[in-house]
Design a protein around this ligand. Sequence first.
Ligand code: ASC
Length: 151
Amino acid sequence: MHPLNIVATAALGISLAGSALGAVAIRPATAVAYRQGLYRAILWNFVPMSEMVRGRLAWNHQGFAQRAGNVAFYSTQLLEGFTPGSITARSEAKPEIWRNWADFSAKMKNFEDASAKLAEISRNGNESATKQAFRQVAMTCKACHDHYRRN
Ligand code: ASC
């Protein structure tokens, strides 16, 4: 394929995936790679926050707030990556996600809301309030993983 055609195809895929017409054929492997990329980016930011909360890394209020903002931003982009039935050998997603979509998306919303709250609270710089809000976010991670992630 001509390189410009590849660019055009990619642009079309992105614009349609972002629209309400989610029926466009996105390969499962593409969706899995997209959401795993986001989860890795979230983890990249989450681990240093976790280390600060546990006192294993020096408390850095600005660094924490920056990472919390990153997680809040990424969190809002996860759900669209769960295109219907997109499971591959690499995926840790369980089919229960699509059988319980209302519950899954509500749990995802809890993660988004808790992350937004953490980003806001951490900007204010109160260490104990930030730690408390971080634990709330971690619980929303776990709530989903317990039901909808393999392993
Ligand atoms: C992590 C991680 C998760 C969450 C979860 C919070 O660091 O990899 O999946 O935190 O364990 O309970």
